[in-house]
Design a protein around this ligand. Structure first.
Ligand code: GUN
Ligand code: ZN
Length: 428
């Protein structure tokens, strides 16, 4: 057994639906006990169990759950900041040419290595990830995730129209290759498979049919796609699928259930939100991307009022940073301009336990509670002179978290553990 001694903060319940005071545990001088891959205790230091190796980190360290990035694109790491156009223009001008490079496995290996290094350095210990349309590149992303000890849900992008030829496949091949990758990687260690039609506009009805077939064969596989990000995109979907609302398109092919994560959902109608709620489908809110592409302002409380579960995503490369500190800060700002302040407890929940719920992994991870996997971060409250000053003067845990949300980045993440294994440590 190992006993980590430090400040500790963890959400344990949803602060949007319970009293803030009952939604977390916080200890100024606490212990986190782990036995191999599991958490076996948490509490104030004076109640720590006897025995075990003590790792005393002092009051300048904060232990907290790892972050969950519920939507991003691994192949887009190298194109962050490609500026100018809104969604459809941005896809054509930058994204499709960048993804076409992944027909080369060497390129895929280079980016995959950098990608998981980068996520871990930023404290993201679990993510739902789009690959490209390429079979081999997707296999490489899985292999690198495994090598890094990362907890990931990954899927080969499925697309068979409205993109350049090198990125198009036919529906049958898309099904067969996705199925082969799913059989190899789904439920292997910490990895899961996501059936991933890119979005309705790059899918023929036949492709969606095939994606639905796969989902019927493998009920616990995830479905990962985009929905209602941009108003021009929504109009285009109405032209391509005139019989249905955007959410109905996915529903008509059996693609909506509790293992479905839809990125964005900025412009969903009330009927669509009602449908998502009935199906249990989740939404990944990506504030940084929505601001960067000018997609619109997500109405968080409106969506939550329908009972839809929401997580936070960076949506790299439309998002401009892998940092979930930035995702929290941007989520705050997007609600703030709409007159709805979010608390640090709500933001931290969205980035941790709320993310685990979005990915249906909250029985296993997402908070520091006995029985769960030992997935956690050690944050350095003295990472920079300014953060040290701000942290020392924090009035309470809420204020301490607020400072980290708005000033924190990869420099704060001292080390990271997944299933009790150290997967990242800051140099020096
Ligand atoms: N919609 C379809 N593909 C994409 C993508 O790669 N990024 C974003 N932000 N939206 C999309
Ligand atoms: Zn995306």
């Amino acid at each position: 057994m190992k006993l980590f001694r430090a400040r500790i903060f963890t959400p344990v319940a949803d602060p949007f639906r319970t009293d803030a005071a009952n939604s977390y545990l916080a200890y100024d001088d606490g212990f986190l006990a782990i036995d191999r891959s599991r958490i076996v205790g948490i509490g104030p230091w004076e109640q720590h169990p006897a025995g075990g190796t003590v790792i005393d980190l002092g009051r300048e360290a904060l232990i907290t759950p790892g972050f969950f990035d519920t939507h991003l694109h691994a192949p887009q790491l190298e194109m962050i900041g490609s500026y100018g156009g809104h969604l459809l223009e941005w896809l054509n001008r930058y994204t499709f040419p960048t993804e076409a490079k992944f027909s080369d496995p060497k390129h895929a290996e280079t980016i995959a290595r950098a990608f998981f290094d980068e996520l871990l350095r930023n404290g993201t210990l679990c993510a739902l990830i789009f690959s490209t349309v390429h079979f081999e590149a997707t296999d490489i992303f899985f292999a690198e995730a495994e090598r890094h000890g990362f907890r990931g849900i990954i899927g080969k992008t499925m697309m068979d129209r409205n993109a350049p030829d090198p990125l198009l496949e036919n529906a049958k091949t898309s099904y067969e290759q996705s199925r082969e990758l799913l059989m190899k990687w789904h439920n292997r260690g910490l990895l899961r498979y996501a059936i991933a039609p890119r979005f309705a506009p790059t899918s023929t009805p036949e492709l969606l049919e095939r994606a639905g077939d796969l989902k019927r064969e493998f009920r616990d596989a995830y479905v990962h796609t985009h929905i209602s990000e941009n108003t021009t995109e929504v109009e285009w979907v109405h032209e391509l699928f005139p019989e249905a609302e955007y959410a109905d398109v996915y529903d008509n092919y059996g693609l909506l259930d509790e293992h479905t994560v839809l990125a964005h959902g900025v412009h969903l109608t009330e009927e669509e939100l009602d449908l998502l709620s009935r199906r249990g489908a989740r939404i990944s809110h990506c504030p940084n991307s929505n601001l960067f592409l000018g997609s619109g302002l997500f109405r968080l409380h409106h969506v939550l009022d329908y009972g839809v579960i929401v997580g936070l995503g960076t949506d790299i490369g439309a998002g401009t940073t892998p940092s979930m500190f930035a995702a929290m800060a941007d989520a705050y700002k997007v609600q703030q301009v709409q007159g709805v302040p979010l608390s640090p407890f709500e933001l931290w929940y969205l980035a941790t336990l709320g993310g685990a719920r979005t990915l249906s992994l909250d029985d296993e991870t997402g908070s520091l509670e006995s029985g769960k996997s030992a997935d956690f971060l050690i944050l350095d409250l003295q990472a920079t002179p300014l953060i040290a000053m701000r942290s020392e003067r924090a009035a309470n845990i809420e204020d301490l978290l607020a400072g980290l949300i708005f000033m924190g980045d990869d420099r704060v993440v001292q080390s990271a553990y997944i299933a009790g294994r150290e997967v990242s440590r800051k140099a020096g």
